[in-house]
Design a protein around this ligand. Structure first.
Ligand SMILES: [Zn+2]
Length: 255
């Protein structure tokens, strides 16, 4: 089956999902490109570390377990903890929001030693964040980086209000999210839709910024050695939905 034909079928299935209001995760083009399997809940840990595309599947299937109330809480036994003493080899780096409702290991149903995580409000990054991410990439050889925004993000909501004098260092967050919030305001949407739009735009902006970050990530992401993608967590359904343009623009799919 050629790719165009597959994408055509995927679009029809996506439309059907929207019309029937089915609880769905990463359907359509994303499911096709990543070759996601229906009703699949597991992906092998070692393969995920070696191949970031497989790592994406592992995150998606783990999140599916969580959202479908089938979490297995892997690698958290005493024996697992003892083996971690020897070192770490996380298969993904997550750059997430500090929001208490988005606990990364829980929503992806991953264990101790699986995810390398940096979290700040609105997942705004600064110099120390870049060093943290580069450390995971260069020293731990983690090949998958996910920028994870979420629905109803307070930091993005605050940036939408464009406050005159935000308190203390909060101004750093507001300024970083401002470009996304301005684009959302210009889109003439309802308040809720505008916030969703800004959350998504903020993630896309952060993904693009990391893809261009010199000297480490720019080279590794351009070559496809490291994947940098964006996703948004839906608080109500528990699903993490990856943003299509951050997947379809990966070197494997865009060349
Ligand atoms: Zn947030």
């Amino acid at each position: 089956m050629n790719l165009n034909y597959k994408l055509g079928i995927a679009s029809i299935l996506l439309l059907f999902g929207i019309l029937t209001n089915a609880k769905a995760q990463n359907t359509g083009t994303i499911a096709t490109l990543l070759e996601l399997e229906d009703n699949q809940y597991f992906a092998d840990r070692d393969s995920a570390y070696l191949d970031p595309y497989y790592g994406l599947k592992k995150l998606i299937y783990g999140n599916r377990r969580f959202a479908d109330d089938k979490s297995i809480r892997p690698r958290q036994t005493d024996a697992d903890l003892k083996s971690n003493e020897l070192g770490q080899a996380p298969f993904a780096t997550i750059i997430g929001c500090a929001d208490s409702r988005v606990p990364n290991e829980i929503i992806f149903d991953q264990g101790v030693g699986d995810l390398f995580i940096t979290r700040t409000a609105g997942q705004v990054m600064a110099e120390a964040s870049y060093g943290t991410i580069e450390y995971a990439t260069v020293v731990l050889e983690t090949k998958l980086i996910v920028v994870l925004g979420h629905q109803s993000c307070g930091a993005v909501g605050a940036a939408m209000k464009l406050p005159e004098n935000p308190p203390g260092h909060v101004v750093t967050l507001i300024n970083a999210i401002k470009p996304a919030s301005l684009r959302a305001k210009a889109a003439n949407l309802s308040a809720e839709d505008a916030l969703d739009y800004a959350v998504r735009e903020n993630v896309i902006e952060q993904v693009n910024m990391l893809r261009n970050l010199e000297p480490v990530l720019s080279r590794k992401s351009a070559s496809g050695e490291v994947l940098i993608v964006g996703a948004v967590y839906d608080l109500k359904s528990g699903y993490v939905n990856f943003i299509e343009e951050t997947i379809s623009s990966l070197p494997r799919f865009s060349n």
